[in-house]
Design a protein around this ligand. Sequence first.
Ligand code: DGY
Length: 335
Amino acid sequence: MAQVAGRPRILVTRAIFPEVAEHLSAHFDVESNVHDEDWSADALAQRLQGKSGALTFGTERISAALLAQCPLLKICANMTVGYNNFDLDAMAAAGVLATNAPDVLTETTADFAFALLMATARRVTESEHALRAGQWKRWTYTMFCGAEVHGSTLGIIGMGRIGQAIAKRGALGFGMKVVYHNRSRLDAATEAACQASYLSKQELLQTADHVVLVVPYSAAAHHTIGAAELAWMKPTATLINVARGGIVDDAALAEALRNRRIAAAGLDVYEGEPHLHPGLLTVPNVVLTPHIASATEGTRRAMAMLAVDNLIGYLVHGKAVTPLNAASLANRAVV
Ligand code: DGY
C-alpha cells in the first residue's frame, strides 16, 4: 500500500480479517503479515522499524531488547485479553503504551469453559474416539459413565470477569454450588450475584468436583496447579484450564491423569504451545483443544476491532480505550 506522508505507520504482526486491516488503513499506513508468517524476534524488530504502533496477537514477545531496537514505537495493542507477551515495565520505561482486549470475549470464553467442562466430565470426546475406532459393539449400563455436572461443586480459581461469567452459568444454569479462589476476595454484592463463596486454594481443591482455571499468567501464577495441588484434588474430580499455558505443570498433570489421581482434564492451553507434553497425547481421560476458547467469528472480530480502537484512540486522539500501563507512562513523563 502506498505511504501517505505524515500518517503514522502501523504493523499488523499476524493475518487478520481484511476489513480490520482496511479500517486501520483509513487512519494509518499499514504493513500486514498477510501470509501469517512466523517472524523471529529479529524479523519482528526489522518490520517494526519506522512504525508508531503494532497490532499484536499475544504471541509476540515485546521485550526490552526488542524495544531498544524500535525507538519510534508508541503503542502495542494486543487483540487478546491475555498480555503475558508484554514486558510492561520495559514498555513503560521505553514510553510504549500496552493495551489488551478485555470484556468483548468474556461470555464466549465462559461458554467454552463450560463446553470443555461438559465434554470432560461426560467423556464426550473419549467415547466418540472409541466409537470411531469401531470399539462400540454393544451397549452396557456402565459404558462411559462420567461425573455429574448439575448439582455438583464448581471450583473457580481466578474470579475476574470470565471467572464470574462461568460462576453464573454454573449456579444459575446447572444448580451447582460455586466456590472460588482469587488473589483478593470479591465484594459481597459480586459474590451474591455469582452465588459464589470464597475458599483458600487448598480448601477449594479438596472440595470441588470440577475445578476451572481462569487466572492470568504471571511469574507468581506459574504452576498454580502442580503435583502437590493435584494430590489435594478428589480422585473423581476434573480440571479445566482455559487460562494460559504454564498455570498448570503439564508433566505433573499428565502423570496424575495416567495414574487416575484425578478423573479427567479439559485443556485449551499448554506449556510451550503449540507443542504439547507428550504424556498428554497418550492418556484417554483428557479433552484437548488448540487455544480456541474465544474463537467465534463475532468475538474474534470484536477483539480485533478493540485493538484497532486502541491504536486509533491513542495515535490519533491521544487516549486508548483499554490501556494497561498508562499510569506508569504518566509517572515516567513526570519524573
Ligand atoms: C486471550 O484473549 O487471551 C485468549 O487466550 C485468546 O488468545
